[in-house]
Write a protein that binds this ligand. Structure first.
Ligand code: GLC
Ligand code: GLC
Length: 816
């Protein structure tokens, strides 16, 4: 079915059995402060906290071949030179396997009777990664082999590293000690951090100059030192510092040898940066103490095994918070493993570093990270709390938000433009999700302040109110919310009128007095009103709770009057007051976002049914639902970037999977369990194995988009990993379809499933208890739980009250 690999569900791994996957298939290392991306051929790079400001190793995006720098091991066995991960030599292997697991990747290569297994992971609590290597002689005679571990340093600031060569070629510095190479560029001046690459066993040589190890004219596939069979103990002065250790091994038949490399990041307090060196009097060198500590801790194989076991246990524990037993294998593996894993990745990295995000473009997005939280509050409540406060602290006192911020500094920037009028409204959604999960209303009185008025003691509650107020106060001629430079759809730029090649569509000049309005924001506002009502109910302020229901009713009325097109919801009004997403338009007659959000915002009537039927009729394809139809065939200055893409790609009628999930939720809300599941499966990565040569991206995580039928390459995915689809898919399946919904007053059981399902079982840890919930569907319906049997006692309704005595609560729910 998929010639490149398969799921190993029991091991929670994806196993790749051919290195030449249609695209590099990546994984992530690290879950705290130290991170890396790693491909199935060991390509990728690492960084400390911030992929732009603290990049440890160098990666050349868009290189030829794609993905050709990384954590490479070279093997030399007589004249054969090869890599266990196939690249960069691409020497033919007798056997290759890559197992991407949760926070680790293990690559096995075998050639001429030598098997090398390397497992890469970041130990919990450390700012380093381990490359644990096992070399075995599977042949019948003794083998003498040489092995090199290699990395290329990045001079910290990734953008500068890729551009400022006139300086950078002179600043590179290293220090070398037995079995250790330290990257200390700029440490002599303002940096208080360095990186290290160490070997656990004595080495037979090293190199720290790329010119010496690789050569000036050679490539990573034929590094000079490897081809010659010997490092030259080079010391880098400027140019490109690298770290390479050479290890010579002699292995008897059947013998296995273990060793490991550590690649890490260390910091010193300003007053303890230097210690006396031993080469000449008065010499000062970097204080290696923090690195030595880690090396000591991870000295031998048993320490490495323990660190790996702890990482496995960490993930097993996390995934025990929500798990399902259900017949459908796709639902099972996505819910129990991969979707939640991807959600954690978006929490960690927002949209910063992936195979498609260069780590220098975008930091943490305001709307993106707020939505990402929806998929992780159950897994990481404490970190979610902090993230919410960090995000709120980048909202300005006028209610607008910095669209993104750098994770290292937590300072917002306008690099991606500003005036995205949906931004503020995602905060009530993330805060409500956090409160429902934890009940921790103390977050509401936390002070976050405003970046433009640091003295103002604004609390999170102030930010929530300001967010709602912002929409209420910024409405257009039809009383619908003004769109600003764009709403969720970054590319619907109704006020920008960009005619200059290359300029950012979102940053292009405002035409002034912009009056373009968004129906999607209107729907989102209604949903946010419900969250605000819920929040005020939690803190016993019924008056304010009711006020938000009144705002919601008003907005629903406005949508009815001005946002309905006859068969579906309009998308927007442009700056001239013309309709966008209307049957009257020549192209772009119907858009997906407003259909989803108007139902999620409160429509449950014939309009909702009609909007969803129109979505199906005009937008649904076997690979998911396209964003709009018909695709725009020419550039429209009054619509902006959406019309810049060739038809079928990205926002111009691509299948943008993120918004597909809103339709899944909407179908579930309307009781259409069969349709909700059909849409779920249409974009499900695991299902894509059936057409992997067309799909091309990783079949274990969501991609931002799949090319639509208008495209030249329909069905081809792009921009895998860092997408809001992850969080929203988890919300759609766990809360709307499987229907286990955290609420301020306990778990609500309200599934909406395919009528053919006989039932399923969920384990859900919530507020200190474990709920074992069995849902039965004896009469083949989709929705409608009327009573629950909780620990043998019948309860009316579908909510499990909080604080029922035992630690384990057994619940049976029957649909019918
Ligand atoms: C990207 C952006 C996200 C935006 C979406 C639609 O995924 O990260 O913020 O909502 O595109 O344009
Ligand atoms: C989002 C969109 C992309 C657009 C970008 C602009 O990521 O998906 O198409 O180029 O926003 O900021």
């Amino acid at each position: 079915m998929n010639p490149y690999g398969h799921f190993d569900d029991a091991a929670r791994e994806y196993v790749i059995t051919r290195p030449d996957t249609p695209l590099p298939w990546i994984n992530y290392l690290g879950c705290e402060d130290y991170f890396g991306i790693i491909s199935n051929t060991a390509g990728g790079y690492s960084f400390y906290r911030d992929a732009r400001l603290r990049r440890l190793t160098r990666y050349r995006y868009n290189d030829v071949p794609l993905d050709s720098n990384g954590r490479y091991l070279y093997i030399r066995d007589n004249d054969a030179v090869w890599n266990p991960g196939w690249k960069p030599t691409r020497a033919k292997l007798d056997r290759y396997e890559c197992r991407h697991g949760l926070g680790y990747t293990q690559i096995t290569g075998e050639k001429n009777g030598i098997e090398v297994v390397v497992r890469y992971f970041v130990p919990l609590g450390q700012t380093c990664e381990v490359w644990e290597v096992r070399v075995s002689n599977r042949g019948s005679s003794t083998k003498t082999i040489k092995l090199w571990g290699f990395v290329e340093w990045c001079l910290w600031e990734a953008m500068d590293d890729a551009a400022n060569f006139q300086r950078n070629y002179s600043v590179g510095e290293v220090e070398v000690e037995p079995q250790a190479i330290y990257h200390v560029t700029e440490y002599r001046e303002r940096r208080n951090h360095f990186a290290y690459f160490t070997s656990s066993v004595p080495t037979a040589g090293f190199d720290s100059s790329r010119n010496a190890f690789v050569g000036v004219h050679e490539g990573l596939d034929t590094p000079k030192a490897v081809m010659a069979g010997q490092c030259t103990n080079s010391i880098a002065h400027g140019w490109q510092p690298i770290a390479a250790h050479q290890i010579n091994l002699e292995l008897k038949p059947g013998q296995e040898q273990r060793l490991h490399f550590l690649l890490g990041y260390a910091e010193n307090p300003q007053d303890r940066k230097f210690v006396p060196g031993w080469v000449r009097p008065g010499q000062l060198v970097a204080n290696k103490a923090p690195a030595d500590k880690v090396r000591e801790l991870l000295k031998d194989s048993s320490a490495i095994d323990e660190a790996f076991a702890a990482l496995r246990a960490y993930w097993a524990d996390l995934l025990s918070i929500y798990s399902v037993e259900v017949d459908d294998p796709h639902v099972r593996r996505m819910v129990n493993v991969w979707n939640q894993y991807q959600c954690m990745t978006t929490l960690n990295l927002s949209r910063s570093a992936s195979g498609f995000e260069s780590g220098i473009g975008r930091g943490m997005g305001y709307r993106d990270s707020n939505q990402d939280l929806l998929g992780v509050v159950h897994l990481q409540p404490a970190r979610s709390r902090q993230r919410i406060l960090d995000l709120a602290a980048t909202q300005l006192s006028d209610g607008t938000c910095f669209h993104q911020y750098q994770p290292l500094t937590k300072k917002g920037n306008r690099d991606a433009g500003s005036g995205f009028n949906d931004d503020p409204l995602w905060l009530p959604l993330s805060v409500y999700a956090y409160l429902s999960e934890t009940g921790d209303t103390s977050i509401l009185t936390e002070r976050c302040g405003y970046p433009d008025k640091p003295q103002t003691p604004a609390t999170l509650m102030d930010h929530l109110q300001l967010s709602m107020q912002y929409t209420l106060a910024n409405r257009g001629p039809h009383s619908l919310p003004l769109i600003g430079h764009a709403d969720w759809n970054d590319c619907l730029n109704l006020n920008c009128f960009s005619t200059t090649p290359g300029e950012s569509f979102q940053c292009a000049g405002d035409i002034g007095g912009s009056s373009a309005e968004s129906v999607m924001i209107a729907g989102l506002f209604c949903a946010a009103c419900d969250r605000m009502t819920g929040i005020y109910e939690m803190i016993n302020q019924p008056g304010k709770a009711a006020a938000f229901q009144a705002h919601k009713r008003d907005m629903l009325k406005t949508i009815e009057q001005h946002g309905w097109d006859g068969d579906w919801f309009l998308r927007a009004y442009d700056a001239h007051g013309n309709k966008v997403g209307s049957a009257q338009c020549e192209e772009g007659k119907i858009y997906i976002e407003s259909q989803g959000w108007c139902v999620l915002g409160g429509f449950r009537d014939e309009k909702a049914s009609l909007a969803l039927a129109s979505t199906k009729k005009h937008l649904a394809t076997p690979n998911g639902i396209v964003l709009l139809q018909p695709a725009y065939s020419t550039y429209h200055v009054e619509l902006g970037e959406v019309t810049s893409y060739p038809p079928g790609y990205k926002e111009n009628a691509g299948i943008f999977t993120h918004n597909n999930t809103w339709i899944q939720c909407a179908e579930a809300l309307m009781g259409n369990g069969d349709q909700a599941m059909a849409y779920y499966l249409a974009i499900c990565p695991s299902k894509k194995q059936e057409q992997i040569d067309i799909y091309r991206c990783e079949p274990y995580v969501y991609s931002q988009m799949t090319a639509g039928p208008d495209a030249a390459t329909p069905g081809e995915a792009k921009n895998s990993w860092l997408t809001g689809t992850a969080a929203w898919s988890f919300v759609a399946i766990s809360q709307y379809i499987l229907g286990i919904i955290p609420s301020p007053n306990g778990l609500v059981v309200d599934p909406c499933i395919p009528s053919s399902w006989k039932g399923f079982k969920i384990q859900r840890k919530f507020r200190g208890k474990t709920y074992k919930i069995e849902v039965k569907n004896p009469s083949g319906k989709s929705r409608g739980v009327k009573r629950l049997i909780i620990d043998g006692k019948e309860t009316r309704g579908n909510r499990i009250p909080l604080n029922l005595g035992a630690d384990i609560v057994n619940v049976v729910a029957e649909i019918g």
